[in-house]
Ligand binder design. Structure first.
Ligand code: NDP
Length: 316
C-alpha cells in the first residue's frame, strides 16, 4: 500500500497540532509516511487522511487511492456537510478516554456551578454581601442529558456518582445502570418537564440541528439551566436569549457556537446569565488519540473492519 515501505498519510489541521499528530503517529508506526497538508506530494500515494474542521472535503477528492478519512475529534458534522467525504471512503472518528474525561469535567464544572449557586455567590461577593442562600439539594436536582453516546454516558455516570438523579435521551433505546433512559420524540417529551439542568451532548445532524429551540426550552421547568458542549447548531440563539431574558431559563453554559469564533458583538459575551468557553470543553490530545488512528490505518491495510466508524446515513 502507498509507498514501497508504508502507508502515506495526509495530516491536516492547524500547524502546531499537525506537528504533535505527526510525532504521535510516527512513534507508533515509523513506516507511516506522514505528509503535512498542503505538501501532499503525489496525490496517488495518499491512502489515509487525518483531518479537522478546517479541511475542505472537496480537496479530498484529489486523492484517487484514499481509503480512510479520520476526524481529529469526536464530531464529524464538519466532514459530512456538502460535498461530504468522497463517495465510498469510510470515515472514522475519535472515541478517546482523555477526550471523554475532558468533557465530563466541563459538564461537572457547569452543573456544579449552577447547582451550587455560584453565579449568585459571585454577585454577592462583588457587592460584599454575606448571605447564605437556600441549601442546594443534590438528590432533588434532576439532570437530563441529550445524547447518551461516548460523552453523554460518561457525563451521566459521573453526575450519578455525585448523587444527582440523571436522565438521558438517545435515538435508540438504551439501558444504563442508575440512569433513567429515554429515546425518540415521546421520550424527549417525557424527560424535559422533569429536567432542572439540561446538558446537550448530541452530534449535529439534520435531525438535531436547532433542537434547543423555543419548544424544547418551553418544555423545561421554569428556571432550568442549559449546558451545551456539543455544537452551536443545536441551539437557536434567539430562542435561548429570549428564554434567559424571561426567566424561563436561569442560566446557560455554552462552549460551542455558530459561527465560531463567537462574533465580538454577540450578546452571549456580556449576558449576565451566560458562561462562554471558546470550544475548549474537551480538546484532543494527539498522543492519547493516535493509537486508534494507527489501528484503523492497519485495519484498512489488512481489509479488516474499522473501529469508531461513522454511520454516514445516520450522520454520526
Ligand atoms: P456519540 O456518537 O458516541 O453519541 C451520540 C449520542 O447522541 C448517541 O447516544 C445517539 O443515540 C444520540 N443521538 C444522535 N442522534 C439523535 C437523535 N436524532 N435523537 C436522539 N438522540 C440522538 O457521540 P459522542 O458522545 O462521542 O460526541 C457527541 C458530540 O459532542 C460530538 O458529535 C461533538 O459534536 C461534540 N463534542 C464537542 C466537544 C467540545 O469540545 N465542545 C468535544 C468532543 C465532542 P444512539 O445511542 O441511539 O445512537
Amino acid at each position: 500500500m502507498g509507498t514501497a515501505d508504508g502507508t502515506a498519510v495526509l495530516l491536516s489541521t492547524k500547524a502546531n497540532a499537525m506537528a504533535d499528530w505527526a510525532e504521535a503517529l510516527r512513534a507508533l508506526d515509523p513506516t507511516l509516511e506522514i505528509r503535512l497538508f498542503p505538501d501532499a506530494g503525489d496525490p496517488a500515494a495518499i491512502e489515509a487522511a487525518v483531518v479537522w474542521t478546517e479541511h475542505d472535503m472537496a480537496e479530498l477528492r484529489r486523492y484517487p487511492n484514499l481509503k480512510l478519512i479520520v476526524s481529529m475529534g469526536a464530531g464529524v458534522d464538519h466532514l459530512l456537510r456538502p460535498p461530504g467525504p468522497p463517495p465510498g471512503v469510510p470515515v472514522a472518528r475519535l472515541v478517546d478516554e482523555r477526550l471523554t474525561q475532558g468533557m465530563t469535567e466541563w459538564v461537572l464544572l457547569n452543573v456544579l456551578r449552577f447547582h451550587r449557586q455560584d453565579p449568585e455567590y459571585r454577585a454577592q461577593q462583588a457587592a460584599r454581601v454575606w448571605r447564605e442562600l437556600p441549601a442546594p439539594d443534590t438528590a432533588a436536582r434532576r439532570v437530563g442529558i441529550l445524547g447518551l453516546g461516548a460523552l453523554g454516558a460518561a457525563a451521566a455516570r459521573a453526575l450519578r456518582g455525585l448523587g444527582f438523579p440523571v436522565m438521558g435521551w438517545s435515538r435508540r433505546p438504551k439501558a444504563l445502570e442508575g440512569i433513567e433512559c429515554f429515546h425518540g420524540a415521546e421520550g424527549l417529551s417525557a424527560m424535559l418537564p422533569r429536567t432542572d439542568i439540561l446538558v446537550c451532548l448530541l452530534p449535529l445532524t439534520p435531525q438535531t440541528r436547532g433542537i434547543v429551540g423555543r419548544d424544547l426550552l418551553q418544555s423545561l421547568p421554569r428556571g432550568a439551566y442549559v449546558i451545551n458542549g456539543a455544537r452551536g447548531g443545536h441551539v437557536v440563539d434567539a430562542d435561548l436569549l429570549h428564554a434567559l431574558d424571561t426567566g424561563q431559563v436561569a442560566g446557560a453554559a455554552l462552549d460551542v457556537f455558530e459561527p465560531e469564533p463567537l462574533p465580538a458583538d454577540h450578546p452571549y459575551w456580556s449576558h449576565p446569565k451566560v458562561f462562554v468557553t471558546p470550544h475548549a470543553a474537551s480538546i484532543t490530545i494527539p498522543r492519547s488519540a493516535a493509537p486508534q488512528v494507527v489501528e484503523n490505518i492497519h485495519r484498512v491495510r489488512a481489509g479488516r473492519p474499522l473501529i469508531n466508524l461513522v454511520d454516514l446515513a445516520a450522520g454520526y
